[in-house]
Ligand binder design. Structure first.
Ligand SMILES: Cc1ncc(COP(=O)(O)O)c(C=O)c1O
Length: 455
């Protein structure tokens, strides 16, 4: 799908100038997704502020941290109450009774999840949490041999992913110092081009067993070319998996068509299902169709077994179809309830429409940052300026004398929630479900003032 992805083109299309005072309000008026904002709970400034200054401010914050933890959908509270009421009313019979029987509570969301990541419903399911799922996928897919034993990951990957990869390499008796290949941007740069990644992969060639990269980089906000990198990894004979924590619900994905081997994600960022909520898993159907207990490296538990055999250890393990066959434990009903509710909002809005709005919103943010921030403040954008190479998030390197942590607090006092990653990067993510063009405009005004006050 192609969209107008630059805010100046959009402004020209509606006969306006992007810097017109009324532009943001006009964009909000025309926004077909604007009603969704009302479906979320916004914290108040007085509850988020750091100093006494904001303590009497009863207005909603501008929330630009959906890349870390999404806002609470209002509908979740009553769905959770229904779940508690089913538990109270039916106790163990709730596995079979009530509007959402617990026995199939995770299967209920497979279809919704498949729309988020672009696959067949059977290829995905909610399960565990992200780091655990990556370990479980590596148990299945990291199959080192004397000639092919390396794992490739970004040097700047999320810490958990680095721990996982290092411990997996060690687990099989290899040495992370030599056998874990870390993709490091060229000196002075933050991002990795596809060509650069391919060159590094080519250098290690058929010694690579597995490649795992974050689809959208958590620090820089860079969106990688998942299709191209997956195809290139396959041409070298490697398995290619993706950590989609920052991509799920943020950008369009076609995991099945892109032939991705496996992917894992969390649901508490752009998917708004709540802190620590259940993660998601994709396994391409070509890896699940020929399960044989003696010839499959996946880790087994009772819930991956066919329902008919689940209590019968004397029977051979017959994996459930597709991703469900990777489950070990029974899923948390509270988590699946929350996830079902939040996914229904995302899918009502639809990923293509969210992405279309997000491209414009982030382009608007970028435009205002480039034009409104005084050059005396040494703030630079480290996210790629090509909209096709980023999601919602823009990461700002706060140079000069300003400390990003102090800046974050000043923003909180002024009613804006952003986050900071060491050493000095402010991450700003206008999630299109609940951030408006007017919010983005106000944010940049507040940022300019906050930079002045913290300098
Ligand atoms: C890119 C990335 N990978 C992994 C994780 C770890 O997630 P979890 O604690 O759900 O395992 C996070 C958490 O924010 C993340 O952003």
């Amino acid at each position: 799908m192609s969209y107008p992805n630059h805010i100046k083109d959009e402004a020209a299309r509606i006969n306006m100038n992007v810097d017109d005072e009324q532009f943001a309000a006009k964009m909000d008026e025309a926004d077909t997704l604007k009603e969704f904002k009302g479906e979320f709970c916004f914290p108040k400034v007085k509850d988020c502020c750091i100093s006494e200054n904001g303590k009497t401010n009863d207005s909603d914050v501008i929330y630009l941290t959906g890349n870390s933890l999404g806002l609470q959908p209002k509908a979740i509270q009553s769905e959770m109450m229904n779940y508690l009421s089913d538990w109270r009313q039916f106790a163990v019979e709730g596995h079979h009774k009530g509007q959402h029987p617990w026995l199939t509570i995770d299967e209920e969301v497979q279809e919704s999840l498949s729309k988020i990541v672009g696959c067949k419903p059977a290829e995905c399911c909610p399960m565990n949490t992200l780091s655990v799922n990556i370990h479980m996928m590596m148990a299945k897919f990291y199959n080192p041999t004397p000639n092919r034993f390396k794992i490739v990951i970004e040097a700047g990957a999320f810490p958990s992913d680095l721990y996982i990869a290092e411990s997996q390499v060690r687990h099989y008796g290899y040495n992370p110092a030599t056998d874990l290949i870390k993709l490091t941007p060229p000196a002075g740069e933050y991002t990795l081009t596809t060509d650069y990644i391919k060159q590094t992969l080519a250098t290690h060639g058929d010694s690579i067993a597995l490649i795992m990269i974050g689809g959208v980089q958590f620090f820089t906000g860079q969106l990688f070319d998942i299709k191209e990198i997956t195809a290139y990894g396959h041409s070298l004979g490697a398995i290619v998996g993706w950590d989609l924590a920052h991509a799920a619900g943020n950008v369009e994905l076609s995991l099945h068509d892109w032939n991705v081997d496996f992917a894992c994600w969390c649901s508490y960022k752009y998917l708004n299902s709540g802190p620590g909520c259940i993660g998601g898993l994709f396994v391409h159907e070509r890896h699940t169709s020929d399960f044989q207990e003696n010839n499959d490296r996946r880790l087994l538990g009772w819930f991956g077994n066919k329902l008919s055999n689940r209590f019968r250890k004397e029977m051979p393990f017959e994996a459930e179809v597709g991703a469900l066959g990777f489950r070990c434990s029974n899923p948390s009903v509270a988590d699946c309830t929350s996830l079902r509710t939040s996914l229904s909002i995302t899918n009502r809005a639809s990923i293509p429409k969210l992405r279309a709005k997000s491209l414009l919103l982030t382009s608007y943010l970028e435009h205002l940052l480039l034009t409104k921030l005084p050059s005396t403040h040494k703030v630079s954008i480290i996210t790629p300026n090509d909209p096709a190479q980023r999601g919602a998030q823009i990461s700002l390197n706060i140079g000069g004398k300003v400390e990003a942590a102090k800046l974050k607090n000043a923003l909180l006092d002024a009613g804006v929630v952003c986050d900071v990653r060491e050493p000095n990067v402010l991450r700003v993510a206008p999630a299109p479900l609940y951030v408006s063009f007017t919010d983005v405009k106000r944010f940049v005004d507040i940022l300019v003032q906050s930079l002045q006050s913290t300098n």
